[in-house]
Design a binder for this molecule. Structure first.
Ligand code: IVH
Length: 737
């Protein structure tokens, strides 16, 4: 005691305070602003210096020290604590159309007695984060308590877990004229970013694979965040990557404290045995904070958000002031589009009347403020039941288990199927017939089953097993070592594979047989009218009209589009063959490189490897394909039946004339389909891009060219009309497409 007392000089104390301040500043830059200005190693050195000082003088350790973030305490239960100001809920507008925003604005104008001649109301539009509400209490600028919302009046104290969130300041920043209130409750949302969620689940899967009991994966970021916040063991909570956004305040009591001038001593944790006990703070009960906010110079909600930011909290950049119903609708729509690209989940928008005096005038109805509303987006997740698990056969024979669902409206569409990808995925998710499952559909992403509500599972249910045989043709289902997929071994004997192969052959980016739909292909194969893609070119009117629901007129349309497909390009033809691993762009690269089908067929592995993006797997797949006589026979038959493409010069022979040039095509060309114009340019070695930049060689502008043409003019990029384009092609010996 005495030695410490002697050594713990004023100097040591101020050195300690300085280290804490530096570390806090760097953590803020790193975790909140995302703009660190020192390397991690330097941060570590500062941190170690602080640790050393604390080891030497444990009496220095204060609640705002970064060493207090690591967690350690294991609780039996969470303490129930009373919020200084009730945590209100918010009225939810369930009408997800723009009308939801319009009715809110109408209500506000009426309540505020504004007539049509008066200016639109200023609102703050904010994202509605999909996490859990948190109340952070700061006493004299230091975080002393964090509590969940609970019933709105009392919540659970989760301070130890919340301290581990690096984005949450342990001490408010107070710089220059910015002071901090004596008591402050900051309200916001604890959430988990999508990337952190994915990474966490990956780690969890690894633990499960290693046989660790009691580990599980989480169904969505919200559940993962809620689980972490309610961890009794704060060490575990500290390993769950949580984030925070502040969006409001509760209690504000203003005996203003200027932290930079008053060498405030932060409260100390009381350590007893293993558990660090925090004092049970009693926040003053305050029902109204606008007066206190006014004395801080805060007159509206947007300035409050700016102040929260200045105190060191993360505030979402998207929050902004908008005018009237129109502003609200615009924000709701643009965020609706941006939603799937945000790094975190949101489930709607929150609109708040900006002016605090108006908020006061509007007041509350029961436990909801009148001045705010949550305007939801269509839910991206819903519960439904698995009616069955089907196994579908793909073009290459891949067997895919698909959950047949009780129809459910999610992410704006009705979903009846969700792929389970393969046996491993199906087993990992352990989806069973009869299960209640969470289905997710975000943006344009295909719907997926994210998890099972295991509690509702019937005791009789059995785990899914991949069948040993193809459900369509009965051939053996095989799974190669190191491959995740089972495949039907029936090849083109399997009618499912045949149908898929024909469908792929006819698809838009392949042979583009427009009138040949999936249903018609099913019928043609089922009635044995066709066996292979070559048979398409042998179809006649009588064969087609004999099919169910096929009138003379549509039959001739089908024949005409089959006829039209005969004139194609080498790249399309190659892609249409459906060679494994040969997608559209590889097919193009091969066509450009070799110029001629015969040369591709005869190419050695080494020659194939010369092609852009062709690796050993693709090369092997090409060689295997062409080594099979029935494939070569099919190609010959197709050519004999009239399928043809223009001759091209191989890039490997000479360097192509337009190599290194980039073109952009815009508007409608009269003599070319867009794809053909593109193919013509590519056959000359040019690249065809989707947007204009300074590097663009020229823009080819058809009729009704729009913004791309404007941009070309603005950037002074050369513009070619269709005639000039034809001349360009002719100059290089390319004509008929
Ligand atoms: S304001 C008095 N703003 O949505 C107004 N809430 O009841 C209090 N939420 O669970 C809420 N994002 O945690 C507000 N930008 C935001 C929000 C938000 C998410 C949550 C909140 C609560 C629910 C609203």
């Amino acid at each position: 005691m005495t030695t410490d007392a002697v050594a713990l000089t004023q100097d040591v104390q101020s050195h300690y305070a300085q280290l804490k301040a530096q570390l806090a500043e760097h953590a803020h830059r790193y975790y909140v602003l995302d703009e660190p200005n020192i390397p991690d190693t330097q941060y570590d050195l500062l941190y170690q210096a602080l640790e050393k000082l604390e080891a030497q003088f444990p009496q220095l350790i204060s609640l705002d020290s970064p060493t207090q973030r690591v967690g350690g305490a294991v609780l039996d239960t969470f303490r129930s604590v009373e919020h200084g100001q009730a945590m209100l809920s918010i009225r939810t507008e369930t009408d997800t159309t723009p009308q939801g925003a319009v009715s809110f604005d109408e209500r506000m104008r009426k309540e505020l007695s504004l007539d049509d001649s008066q200016a639109p109301i200023d609102y703050v539009a904010e994202l509605k984060f999909d996490g859990l509400a948190m109340n952070l209490t700061y006493f004299e600028g230091v975080l002393v308590r964090a509590a969940t919302r609970g019933d709105g009046l009392f919540g659970e104290e989760v301070t130890q877990n919340i301290r581990t969130i690096r984005q949450i300041p342990l001490k408010l920043k107070a710089q220059g004229t910015l002071a901090v209130p004596e008591w402050l409750e900051v309200r916001g949302e604890v959430y988990m970013s999508r990337a952190d969620f994915e990474a966490l689940n990956e780690r969890q899967r690894l633990k499960i694979a290693q046989g660790l009991k009691n580990e599980k994966t989480f169904v969505n970021p919200r559940n993962a965040a809620a689980g972490a916040v309610r961890q009794l063991d704060s060490k575990i909570a500290s390993q769950r990557p949580l984030s925070f956004f502040a969006y409001g305040v509760g209690v504000v009591v203003n005996h203003l404290v200027n932290l930079s001038s008053s060498q405030l001593n932060a409260p100390k944790p009381q350590v007893s045995g293993q558990t660090a006990l925090l004092p049970d703070w009693t926040t003053p009960k305050v029902t109204q904070s606008s007066q206190a906010l006014l004395s801080l110079g805060i007159k509206d909600h947007f300035s409050l958000l700016q102040t929260l930011k200045a105190w060191g909290f993360p505030v979402a950049d998207q929050a902004c002031v908008v005018q009237g119903a129109q502003g609200l609708v615009g924000f709701h729509q643009s965020m609706g589009l941006a939603r799937e690209h945000l790094p975190f989940d949101i489930d709607g928008i929150v609109y708040k009347v900006n002016r605090l005096d108006w908020q006061m005038r509007l007041g509350f109805v029961t436990r909801e403020p009148r001045w705010a509303v949550a305007h939801k987006y269509p839910a991206q997740e819903q519960l439904t039941t698995v009616l069955d698990i089907d196994v579908q056969v793909g073009r290459t024979g891949k067997l895919t288990p698909v959950a047949k669902l009780k129809p459910v409206f999610v992410g704006g569409v009705t979903v009846t199927n969700a792929t389970l990808h393969n046996e491993l995925e199906a087993t990992r998710k352990d989806v069973r017939i009869g299960d209640t499952v969470i289905v997710r559909r975000a943006g344009d992403v295909i719907p997926e089953v994210v998890g099972v509500v295991v509690g509702e599972r019937s005791a009789q249910s059995l785990p899914f097993k991949m069948p040993m045989h193809c459900p369509v043709c009965g051939s053996l289902a095989v799974k190669e070592v190191l491959e995740a997929d089972h495949r039907c071994s029936g090849g083109l004997f399997c009618s499912a594979q045949r149908k898929q192969a024909i469908w792929h052959f006819a698809s838009k980016r392949a042979m583009d047989i427009e009138d040949l739909g999936e249903k018609l292909i099913d019928q043609l194969v089922d009635t044995k009218s066709i066996q292979s893609v070559a048979d398409l070119y042998r179809l006649d009117l009588s064969a087609l009209v004999s099919l169910e629901r096929m009138a003379q007129k549509s039959a001739s349309n089908v024949l005409a589009s089959i006829e039209g497909s005969k004139k194609t390009t080498l790249a399309r033809f190659l892609y249409a063959l459906g060679i494994r691993h040969v997608g559209e762009s590889t097919a193009k690269d091969l066509a450009i490189h070799f110029g001629d089908l015969a040369r591709i067929v005869l190419a050695t592995q080494e020659e194939l490897l010369q092609v852009n993006d062709v690796g050993p797997v693709v090369a092997q797949s090409l060689r295997t394909f062409f080594a099979q006589t029935h494939h070569m026979e099919l190609i010959e038959q197709l050519q004999a039946l009239g399928v043809h493409w223009p001759k091209m010069q191989a890039q490997s022979d000479t360097s192509l004339p337009l190599q290194g040039h980039t073109y952009v095509i815009t508007g409608t060309l009269t003599n070319f389909a867009r794809d053909d114009a593109k193919a013509a340019l590519e056959s000359l070695g040019a690249k065809v891009a989707g947007s204009v930049s300074k590097k663009t060689t020229a823009v080819i502008a058809g009729t009704e060219a729009g913004s791309k043409l404007d941009k070309a003019i603005a950037l002074e990029v050369k513009v070619l009309d269709e005639d000039a384009f034809v001349a360009l092609l002719q100059a290089h010996g390319t004509k008929g497409f």
